[in-house]
Design a protein around this ligand. Structure first.
Ligand code: 5GP
Length: 197
């Protein structure tokens, strides 16, 4: 069986990348990596589905034992990708998606240069502010901090393979699926050619 492909999805807070990933999960052969984090669980989130919620000591132990593919600190909390699940799913031929911020994304790209990086942007900053307000998780000072953080995140977008605008969710999901399908198709073609040699 051929190995699966790895996709990294990043984008500023409020862009809607989480919703895009939830939609992608409804499709066949797509595995969304569940990260470990030291941040508190938010209303509506679930252990083992949204994140694995662990303590800082547990997180440090994971780093020491090399159980994370990458990790980063975001808003004072640790976030990391458990290595084994990603490796297992890739070996099982799945399309694996990591929804992670750019520091971690670039670390993964260094270790696994074949990873396809997708950066999702909002149609405008006005719309981004509106979406952050609508989801009601942060107060206005925190919203402005997230908009400020978006400046650096946007500056990293040229390092990504694709930039997709999330104006219309259905279209954004379709564009992401098109990238996944094209990547799979390319891999199958190369494997076929290699088998012919
Ligand atoms: P939130 O706290 O809003 O769920 O996530 C904050 C940020 O952390 C988001 O940009 C999200 O993509 C990123 N993130 C989530 N999991 C990971 C991870 O495992 N590694 C890294 N580097 N970033 C992550």
């Amino acid at each position: 069986m051929s190995k699966g492909s790895l996709f990294i999805i990043s984008g500023p807070s409020g862009t809607g990348k989480g919703t895009v990933c939830t939609e992608l999960l409804k499709k066949d052969n797509i595995f969304l990596s569940v990260s470990a984090t030291t941040r508190d669980m938010r209303c509506g989130e679930q252990e083992g589905i949204t994140y694995y919620y662990i303590t800082e000591d547990e997180f440090r132990r994971m780093i020491e034992k090399e159980e994370v593919l990458e990790y980063a600190v975001y808003s004072g909390n640790y976030y990391g990708t458990p290595k084994k699940a990603v490796e297992d799913m890739l070996s099982a031929g799945k399309n694996v998606i990591l929804e992670i911020e750019p520091h971690g994304a670039l670390k993964v790209k260094k270790i696994m240069p074949e990873a396809v990086m997708i950066f999702i942007v909002p149609p405008s900053i006005k719309e981004l502010r509106k979406r952050l307000k609508r989801r009601g998780r942060e107060n206005s000072a925190e919203i402005e901090k997230r908009i400020e953080a978006a400046k650096w995140e946007f500056s990293q977008s040229p390092k990504y393979n694709y930039v997709i605008v999330n104006d219309d969710l259905t279209q954004c999901v379709q564009e992401t699926l098109d990238i996944i399908n094209a990547t799979n198709e390319r891999q199958r073609m190369i494997e076929r050619l290699l088998n012919e040699i």
